[in-house]
Write a protein that binds this ligand. Structure first.
Ligand SMILES: [Zn+2]
Length: 361
């Protein structure tokens, strides 16, 4: 394995994309960008006060987030999820058994839900090995949604899998409007690709230009009129802001690859930062190995993508797992193959010590 890994690293060293110089603004500065969104573009959050969480998912709060009984809105939503499980012959979703958290809604008013495994209250006392797993970013990619539910079922059944310092946050259906319609689509209800709408630094200069040039204005890849204009993007941004994960896994289909965006390995970095980047890259290859040697690929990044924003700009190791297909009959097979890889990623300790964190800032 070691030998393979070193060879892989050599590959990475020769890759200009991973080795490009990334910026070193502080996380706080980066998040300031988020706060300066034009809030008028967001859907009003009038329902937030009646949902499970009394605070916004943005901002780190000292309050404990406690999931309580399902609200009527979430009960109804669980009904939608159950229907989809029936449609795709996935068995029971058990949606109503889980402690969902919910603040924000999609364009069409569906709850954007997430669930936390582990003790969130410890975040302020010690750096946690926190992983965020997101699925259903593109609604026509059916298999990732079931993958996240398989992960949730697994954790619910075996909560002892997580050590005290480990936290897992799962958002199983990031873009519900595109998933629940009769013929699922990639883009959200406003026709925006919510993986091209993150507020990356190059968004204003390049997102629309590249969409027109590289994608001939392909409607499926529309980045939107303004960075961060979509509630499904704000949802992802705020989850990342809230939990400051040490890594992110975003599950898509059907490109049959696993891709990494994050700290690049450069010898001019401080030793501990270089070590962190090596660890982050090593995890990519370990995930591939755990998934029966799944293909590692350096997918090009785009203005407004999660990998570009969280991985390259915030330097949070971000792994995009592209399942082999969107064929809803293959979900058991995919869980069997890729469950161990994601499980390995969750356990892989990528915390940065406070000293390292400060140096990174
Ligand atoms: Zn996708």
């Amino acid at each position: 394995m070691k030998k393979v890994f070193i060879l892989c690293l050599l590959g990475i060293f020769s890759c200009s994309q991973l080795c490009e110089r990334s910026s070193h603004h502080s996380n706080r500065d980066k998040f300031t960008v988020i706060e300066s969104y034009d809030s008028k573009t967001f859907e009003p959050e009038t329902e937030a006060s009646t949902t499970l969480v009394s605070e916004q998912e943005s901002g780190v709060s000292s309050e404990t987030v406690k999931a309580q009984e399902l609200t009527p809105k979430l009960k109804k939503y669980c009904g939608d999820i159950e229907q989809s499980f029936k449609k795709y012959k996935w068995g029971k979703s058990s949606c109503e058994d889980f402690s969902w958290l919910h603040v924000r809604n999609s364009v069409l008013g569906k709850p954007l839900i997430w669930i936390v495994f582990g003790n969130e209250t410890l975040i302020e006392k010690q750096p946690m090995n926190t992983t965020i797993v997101m699925c259903g970013v593109h609604g026509d990619e059916i298999t990732p949604v079931k993958f996240c539910f398989d992960l949730i079922h697994d954790l619910q059944k075996n909560p002892g899998q997580l050590a005290e310092n480990e936290l897992l946050v799962v958002a199983p259906i990031v873009n519900p409007d595109s998933f629940f319609i009769q013929k699922p689509t990639r883009t959200n209800a406003r026709g925006v690709d919510v993986n091209r709408n993150f507020p990356t630094k190059d968004w204003n200069a390049n997102a629309i230009k590249e969409w027109k040039k590289r994608h001939a204005s392909d409607k499926r890849r529309n980045p939107g009129k303004r960075a961060g204009s979509e509630p499904e993007v704000t949802f992802q941004v705020n989850l990342i802001k809230r939990y400051t994960p040490s890594k992110i896994v975003s599950v898509h289909s059907p490109l049959t690859i696993i891709d990494y965006d994050g700290p690049s390995i450069r010898s001019d970095k401080a030793k501990d930062l270089e070590h962190h980047a090596i660890e982050a890259n090593e995890l990519l290859y370990m995930m591939s190995e755990k998934a029966k040697g799944y293909k590692v690929s350096n997918y090009p990044h785009f203005p407004g993508s999660l990998g570009n924003w969280a991985g390259k700009e915030l330097e949070i190791p971000t792994y995009t797992l592209e399942l082999p297909s969107s064929d809803h009959t293959k979900t058991n097979e995919y869980w069997e193959t890729f469950g161990p890889a994601v499980h390995y990623a969750i356990k892989h300790d990528m915390r940065m010590a406070p000293k390292k964190q400060a140096a990174r800032d």
